[in-house]
Design a protein around this ligand. Structure first.
Ligand code: S3P
Length: 168
């Protein structure tokens, strides 16, 4: 199996799905945000605050470009990772790109109590999420080899669909 890159908005379920594939399919797991935080010895909000978003985006690109040699790995990408074409090119070279879609209301329900997403801090409402999602959607869709709906579905069902459609 080649690699699977999970892309999508914050709260789309990328980490949950990646962990499921790791536990049940024996895939290796890379959580981009976690790797970047470990490497920088800082949380994502701290990186945004002290070094700025542009610095964080460079770290994302460097990380994706370093993953070319991986195999059988599921990568849970940060929600903004698919916004840069060079990132998408790096993903496409080594695997399938799966867009996990979710409605603004579902996303809000999943992220509303968290404080580790600087872009939503002070903007934690369905309207803001809908606006940012609308801006990003064309890029998510253009990057994706396949789109999988997550609203109201269990991880097992979503993963079954991903695995089935990745074989095609
Ligand atoms: C971001 C999503 C976050 C994290 C950072 C920026 C984004 O990851 O990379 O806060 O631009 O959408 P998750 O999608 O895992 O929350």
């Amino acid at each position: 199996m080649r690699n699977i890159f999970l892309i999508g908005f914050m709260g789309a379920g990328k980490s949950t799905i990646a962990r499921w594939l790791y536990r049940h399919q024996g895939m290796r797991l890379i959580e981009m945000d976690e790797m970047i935080a470990r490497q920088e010895k800082m949380s994502i909000p701290e990186i945004f605050e002290t070094k700025g978003e542009a610095y964080f985006r460079e770290l994302e690109t460097a990380l994706l470009e370093s993953l070319g040699q991986q195999e059988n790995t599921v990568v849970s990408c940060g929600g903004g990772a698919a916004m840069r074409q060079c990132n998408v090119d790096a993903m496409r070279k080594s695997g399938k790109i799966v867009y996990l879609s979710a409605s603004p209301r579902t996303i809000y329900g999943r992220v509303k109590n968290s404080h580790d997403r600087p872009l939503l801090e002070g903007n934690m409402n369905v309207g803001y999420i809908a606006k940012l999602l609308e801006q990003r959607l064309p890029k998510y869709l253009a990057a994706a080899d396949l789109t999988v709906e997550t609203d109201g579905r269990r991880a097992e069902e979503i993963c079954g669909e991903i695995l089935e459609r990745c074989k095609e």
